[in-house]
Design a protein around this ligand. Sequence first.
Ligand SMILES: O=C(O)C(=O)C[C@]1(C(=O)O)C=C[C@@H](O)C=C1
Length: 394
Amino acid sequence: MEEKLDLLKIREQISSLDNQLLGLAAKRRELTMNVAKSKAHIIRPVRDQQREQELLVKLIQQGKALGLDAHYVTRLFQLIIEDSVLNQQAFLQELKNPNTKTPTVSVAFLGDKGSYSYLASYRYFSRRAEEIIEYGCASFNDILNQVESGNVDYGMLPIENTSSGSINEVYDLLQHTNLSIVGELSQPIEHCLLSAGNTSLDAIDTIYAHAQPVQQCSNFLNKQSDIRIEYCESSADAMQMVEKLTQPNVAVIGSEEGGQLYGLQALQKGIANQEENHSRFILVARKPVDVAEQIPAKTTLILATGQAPGALVDCLVVLKQYDINMTKLESRPIQGRPWEEMFYIDLEANLKSIAMQECLTKLTELTRFIKVLGCYPSEQVNPTSVPFAALHNE
Ligand SMILES: O=C(O)C(=O)C[C@]1(C(=O)O)C=C[C@@H](O)C=C1
């Protein structure tokens, strides 16, 4: 009895400390927003990795004196700094594009509540809007139509995945749209096998899933004998189906978070081929945005070269001349022109920079067709590493 009382008391103390930690995290966030306001005036980059490293090294030393290990302190503060960077970026971006600031946004995404695109939409706008009007769509084409017609403000589209690669259908649709890419988001995708009610893996003979998760979980699925895959338009459709059937022999591939919306439980977690499974999403809108100078920007282009030997190489040499880094190069066939390719290129550059403008002029001379799909803030916050000596007591 005494032990139980003790446990309750200790837990109360822990909860009270956790609450204080949250209060401090909120105060820190407020201070970093003041930093962002100051950087808006003096036009300094949001990221200062030297300051981050000094901060981490000092915190590791202070943590050691308190009995906290270096890796724990590093991970904790890398996460806090990532939040700080992303919030500062969102703030500066709103300042640069005041017309885009609205408390309510309408977003079209693939599938219904609980789909990966639904979760990505909520995550992206958690820093940017107070309310989301959801618009679940049956296809990628429908998402673009909803934005193009003015029915919704934004469309969220998956573009690539670390295990299954590029999503070709989305690339092909981007060739023909007038919409602009205004944002990106990298979202961890944690596939689970979910079921309605109590059952076991052995009892499952039918799995409902979207084609992408099936591809990304092929190793797990190949190991299951006598399993039938029922393909669905989206992961949300698949989850709805399994919720409706409520049978012990059916399961669905989806996220645990999404499954909770349908009362589904995880039979097995982490079933993707690659442990680190991430999808990159792009956000499209009718009007392009400008990216604040303090933020790392990406510009996405599509271009078609002539059939001359080395035509693509000539374009890449121009990027090298202007010291512009390319983070992705994808090629897709051009409809009606057999064996000709359209190239999609992601560049680490702000469209409004002099280098990018001059580079575009040169690329235009070298290509048959060129179009800027958008310039948007890069959401990739690579954690600052700490020197080996700081981590290892030296
Ligand atoms: O000190 C700054 O300049 C900040 O922007 C704050 C902060 C932090 O959260 O500590 C965030 C980003 C920078 O890379 C460095 C530090």
